[in-house]
Design a protein around this ligand. Structure first.
Ligand code: B12
Ligand code: SF4
Length: 478
C-alpha cells in the first residue's frame, strides 16, 4: 500500500466570476427589466466556505466587487490547494474560463474545481474544458468538504458522491448523493467577506443584504434549471434559525432590508406562518424583499398569511408569471393559469405588498405572435391595476426572452424547433442570456418586444397616461 503524504498547501480560493459582460459592476442599481444589480453576496461561496473555513485558509473573490480579481487570484494561488469557481449558465462561464486559463498557465498542477448551476446540469461537457479538473454537482457543502480533504491528503476522489473528475484522460462520474437538509450546516460566515462592499440600495431600503432561507424547488417547470439541479427537492431553514441569523446580521451590519434569494419561499406555509409570527414577536424592524413565490400558490394563499407576512416585514414578492398565454404556460409545465396573474396582482395591492413579476416570450413550440400579444396585454393589465391607483412605484416587471438551459425539457424542444445544439462549455457562456434570439422568433416581433420593454415606466421614466398612449401605439404595430 502506498503511503499518501499531505500537501502543505492550505489555501482555498473561492471565485464568483462576473455574470454579465459589463466591465464594472453596477453599484446599488435598482432592479429593472433592463439591469440587474450585480452587487450580490456570493451566497454560493459562503455556503462552501462554512464547511472548510476551520481547516483551511479560505479566500473569497467576487468579480462584482473586486475589480482586480484576476490579479488577486493569481497572487492568492501561490499557496493554494485549489481554485473553486461558481458558475451559472451565462457570461460567468467565459469570465471563469478566462481566469482559469491564466491560473493554469502559472500553476499547471493546481486542481481547478467548478460547481453551481451550469456545471451541475452539464457536468461532462464542463469537464471537457481543458482548464477544469473537477466538477461538483448539486449542493456543494458536503461534497466540497470531502473533495478538498482528499486533495489535501493526496488521495483519489474515487467514491465521493456527486463528484465528476478526470483521471488518465478519462472522465469519471461518481453517483449522486441525497439532497441534504440545510439545517444540518453551520451558519453562513458573512464575516469572512467585506460585507460593507456587498450592501446595496434597493427601492425602499438603503442598506440591503442578500440572504436565503431555503434551497431547491419542488416544481418541475420545463424551462428551468432548478428541477435538473435539485431533482425537485426543497429544504427550508427552521424559523428560529432564520430569525436569529437575520437579527444578528441586521444588528452587526446595520441592515434595513434583506433580499431573499430562495427559489420558493412560500412552499411550506406553516413555516412561513411560524417565521412571520416570530419576526413580529421580536419586533425586528427590517424588511424582506424580492421574496419568491409561485403564482399558482400565491393566488390561493390565505389572506391571513399575506397580512401576517406584510406585518412581519415582507414588503415585496417576486413572482415568475412567465407568460400571459395559456399555451405557453402549459408548454412550460408551469401548473398555473393566466387568470392567476390578476388574482396575485389583486392580493398584492390589497395587502400593500410590492410586486416584482417576471415574464418571458419566445417559448418553443407555441404560436409566438399570439404568445407575444397575450403576454404584453397581461403586462399592460398589471400596469393599469397599479397605474389607476397611482402606485406604479410599487410595481416592477421584468420581461425577457426565453433562453434554453442545459438538460431541460424545453432545450430539447428548442432543438426540434431549429436551435443549433450547444456542444461546448464556451458555447453555453457565449450567447446573449437576456435577449436570446431564438430561430423561431419573428425578427419584427423581437424588436417590438424590446421596444415595449424599453417603454415600460421603470425603464422609460414615463407616467401612467403616457404609458397608455404608448401601449396603444404598440398595439397598432402588432
Ligand atoms: C442571486 C442570483 C443571481 C445574481 C448573481 C449570483 C452570482 N452568483 O453572482 C444575479 C441577480 C446577478 C443573477 C443573474 C442571473 N441569473 Co441568477 N440567480 C440567483 C439566485 C436567486 C440565488 C443564487 C444563490 O446565491 N443561491 C444560494 C446558494 C447557496 O445556492 P447555489 O448558488 O445553488 O450554491 C450551491 C450549489 O449550487 C453549489 N455551488 C455553487 N457554486 C459552487 C461552486 C463550487 C466550486 C462548488 C463545489 C459548489 C458550488 O453549492 C452551493 C451550496 O449548496 C438563483 C436561484 C436560487 N434560488 O438559487 C438564480 C439562478 C442561479 N440564476 C439563474 C439565471 C438563469 C440567471 C441569469 C443567467 C438569468 C438571465 N437571463 O438574466 C442571470 C445572469 C445574466 C444576467 N442577465 O444578469 C438560474 C440559473 C440557471 C443556470 N442554468 O445557470 C437560477 C437557478 C434561477 C432559476 N431558477 O432559473 N442571478
Ligand atoms: S421556475 Fe420557479 S417554480 Fe418553476 S421549477 Fe424553476 S424555481 Fe421552481
Amino acid at each position: 500500500m502506498s503511503v499518501m503524504s499531505k500537501t502543505d498547501k492550505s489555501g482555498i480560493i473561492l471565485f464568483n466570476p462576473m455574470p454579465v459582460k459589463h466591465p464594472v459592476a453596477i453599484p446599488n442599481k435598482k432592479t429593472t427589466s433592463l439591469e440587474v444589480p450585480l452587487v450580490n453576496v456570493p451566497l454560493s461561496l459562503l455556503a462552501l466556505a462554512r464547511m472548510v473555513k476551520d481547516d483551511f485558509d479560505v479566500k473569497i473573490i467576487n468579480a462584482a466587487v473586486d475589480s482586480d480579481y484576476k490579479e488577486q487570484i493569481l497572487i492568492a494561488c501561490e499557496n493554494a490547494l485549489c481554485l473553486a469557481v461558481s458558475s451559472m449558465t451565462c457570461y460567468q462561464i467565459m469570465d471563469g474560463i478566462d481566469v482559469c486559463a491564466a491560473v493554469k498557465e502559472h500553476y499547471p498542477d493546481m486542481p481547478i474545481v467548478w460547481g453551481g448551476y451550469h456545471p451541475s446540469t452539464e457536468p461532462i461537457q464542463t469537464l471537457k474544458n481543458h482548464y477544469i479538473d473537477i466538477v461538483i454537482r448539486g449542493q456543494g457543502e458536503l461534497t466540497f468538504k470531502d473533495t478538498v480533504e482528499r486533495l489535501r491528503n493526496n488521495e483519489p476522489l474515487e467514491g465521493i458522491p456527486c463528484v465528476s473528475y478526470k483521471e488518465s484522460g478519462r472522465i469519471i462520474s461518481n453517483p449522486d448523493r441525497k439532497f441534504e437538509n440545510i439545517n444540518t450546516f453551520p451558519p453562513l460566515p458573512y464575516e469572512i467577506i467585506d460585507v460593507e462592499r456587498h450592501v446595496k440600495g434597493y427601492q425602499f431600503g438603503k442598506r440591503c443584504l442578500d440572504y436565503y432561507t431555503s434551497q431547491g424547488c419542488a416544481s418541475g417547470c420545463y424551462f428551468c434549471s432548478e428541477p435538473v439541479f435539485c431533482g425537485r427537492r426543497w429544504s427550508g431553514l427552521a424559523p428560529e434559525t432564520v430569525v436569529s441569523e437575520l437579527e444578528h446580521l441586521s444588528k452587526t451590519y446595520n441592515i434595513d432590508t434583506f433580499m431573499i434569494r430562495d427559489s420558493d419561499f412560500f412552499l411550506n406555509i406553516n413555516r412561513v406562518k411560524e417565521l412571520c409570527e416570530l419576526l413580529i414577536e421580536k419586533d425586528l424592524c427590517f424588511r424582506l424583499t424580492s421574496v419568491n413565490g409561485r403564482m399558482e400558490q400565491l393566488s390561493r394563499v390565505d389572506d391571513n398569511i399575506l397580512a401576517l407576512s406584510r406585518k412581519a416585514g415582507v414588503y415585496e414578492v417576486f413572482i415568475g408569471f412567465e407568460s400571459g398565454y395559456q399555451d405557453a404556460l402549459d408548454a412550460m409545465n408551469k401548473g398555473a393559469k393566466v387568470s392567476q396573474i390578476k388574482m396575485c396582482t389583486d392580493k398584492c395591492i390589497k395587502h400593500d405588498i410590492d410586486l416584482r413579476g417576471s415574464f418571458m416570450v419566445g417559448v418553443p413550440g407555441v404560436d409566438t405572435e399570439e404568445e407575444v400579444r397575450s403576454t404584453l396585454e397581461e403586462i399592460h393589465k398589471i400596469i393599469c391595476a397599479y397605474g389607476e391607483i397611482e402606485r406604479l412605484e410599487h410595481l416592477d416587471i421584468l420581461l425577457s426572452f426565453f433562453t434554453p438551459y442545459p438538460n431541460t425539457p424545453l432545450y430539447e424542444t428548442s432543438l426540434k424547433n431549429g436551435l443549433m445544439p450547444l456542444n461546448t462549455l464556451e458555447e453555453w457562456g457565449d450567447f446573449d442570456q437576456f435577449d436570446f434570439k431564438a430561430p423561431w422568433f419573428p425578427p419584427d416581433y423581437f424588436e417590438l418586444v424590446r421596444k415595449f420593454r424599453a417603454g415600460m415606466p421603470w425603464n422609460s421614466g414615463c407616467g401612467f397616461e403616457e404609458w397608455c398612449e404608448f401601449y396603444e401605439k404598440v398595439l397598432d404595430m402588432m
